[in-house]
Design a protein around this ligand. Structure first.
Ligand SMILES: *Cc1c(COP(=O)(O)O)cnc(C)c1O
Length: 405
């Protein structure tokens, strides 16, 4: 990838790729004609405008499917991973009614899994929400022990949006398949960053989001396994019967085209990009650790996304730190739960105290970040942490900053 390195650094430096990613210029280019002359409705069967749109949608469907090892007909386009999670959980629960209604998930899942589950619980579904280990990973034995005779579905994300931790989905998939239990996986953060193969991984339902992988916002998909065994799912949006009846509504053709293009780019560049972004992350981490005391990583350092670094700065309020860093676009946790401003439910599920969770910052590096940006960010963070600790009543005795060099 060249383009980052030729670009002059601009501030604020974007280090919040778990919240969303910039649109890749190549994706924008692919989308533009569909905002212009190719405006047709993909469901119009009687003229060239419709045929052109439908052709573009089917091409994109193949591009998305290819990145997952799925078949095109197993991809249902939605408005994003939130909708996909709702369709997967509510749709499966509705389809399985009478055959058992127990669902197993993790306390570190995204709100877009936990909240639909809460909704289902009000309708009589039973849920087991497992706490992961302190490194953020779930033990296969924990899942096995949580299964009940009427467990219908297990929902475990591939990679976490706050701590980047990657779950052992392959093993969970095998366990579920063995017991005839549906396995849903929220892969919004993993798509385009980690290799995914829904068949090898025994995944029945997988939620995807385009804007987390350099595609447009408001676009995503649900992978629904169609064979051996075919997943039964009840639509949650009825209307014209689009998307094989799973999701009615006129298709967002430009965004679908962009999603497809983003998937094709990721398929070609994922490996190199993961290496490059991973080494930028390691560079950031080693600079923070060598220049500051009282820094620790939240979550597994072995099983995590290449661009993720979630760190805790002892005796520093992350909110104050971010205020002191206007040149950096960072986050204290999930952008999606900004409506509920409490400390991160993910970090608390790892066993962190509320105070520890409030001293944690999430760095999310991505495709267009450069070494220059990472060095700039590290220097700014080090400086700000030292300054805050000097002035903080919390800092006395907890962890003294090193003298400035
Ligand atoms: C961003 C995200 C979502 C929500 O995706 P949208 O496409 O924004 O609705 C769901 N799950 C995870 C893990 C995410 O990171």
């Amino acid at each position: 990838m060249e383009f980052g390195s030729f670009r002059k650094m601009q501030t604020p430096v974007y280090l919040d790729h778990h919240a969303t990613t910039p649109l890749d210029p190549r994706v924008l280019e692919a989308m533009l004609p569909y905002f212009g002359p190719r405006f047709g409705n993909a469901a119009s069967r009687t003229h060239r405008f419709g045929w052109e749109a439908e052709k573009a949608v089917e091409h994109a469907r193949r591009q998305v499917a290819a990145l997952l090892g799925a078949e095109a007909r197993e991809i249902v386009f939605t408005s994003g991973a939130t909708e996909s999670n709702n369709l997967a959980l509510k749709g499966a629960a509705e389809a399985l009614q009478g055959r058992g209604a127990h669902i197993v998930t993790l306390a570190t899942e995204h709100r877009a899994v936990l909240d639909p589950l809460r909704h289902l619980e009000r309708q009589g579904v039973r849920a087991t929400v497992l706490p992961p280990r302190s490194d953020g990973r779930v033990d296969l034995d924990q899942i096995r022990d949580a299964l009940q005779p009427d467990t219908a579905l297990v929902s475990v994300m591939l990679a976490n949006n706050e701590i980047g931790v990657v779950q052992p989905v392959h093993e969970i998939g095998a366990l579920c398949r063995e017991r005839g239990i549906l396995f849903h996986c929220d892969a919004a953060q993993a798509l385009g960053r980690l290799p995914i193969h829904v068949r090898d991984q025994n995944i029945d339902l997988m939620s995807l989001s385009a804007h987390k992988m350099y595609g447009p916002k408001g676009m995503g998909a649900l992978y629904i396994r169609r064979q051996a065994p075919r997943v039964a799912l009840t639509a949650q949006m009825d209307g014209g019967g689009h998307e094989s009846g799973y999701r009615s509504g006129t298709l967002n053709v430009p965004a679908i085209v962009g999603f497809g293009a983003a998937c094709e780019i990721s398929a070609a560049e994922m490996q190199d990009e993961a290496e490059r972004v991973g080494s930028l992350r390691d560079r950031l981490q080693s600079r923070l650790f060598s220049e500051l005391d009282g820094v620790s990583v939240n979550g597994s350092q072995e099983y995590r996304l290449p661009g993720n670094l979630n760190v805790r700065f002892a005796s520093v309020e992350a909110a104050s730190l971010l205020l002191a860093l206007p040149d950096l676009a960072l986050s204290t946790g999930s952008a999606c739960s900004s409506a509920t401003a409490g400390p991160s439910h993910v970090l608390q599920a790892l066993g962190l105290t509320a105070a520890e969770a409030r001293s944690s910052v999430r760095f999310g590096l991505g495709r267009f970040n450069t070494e220059e940006e990472v060095d700039f960010a590290a220097a700014r963070v080090v400086q700000a942490v030292r300054q805050l600790r000097e002035h903080s009543p919390l800092a006395s005795g907890v962890s003294t900053p090193r003298p400035r060099r």
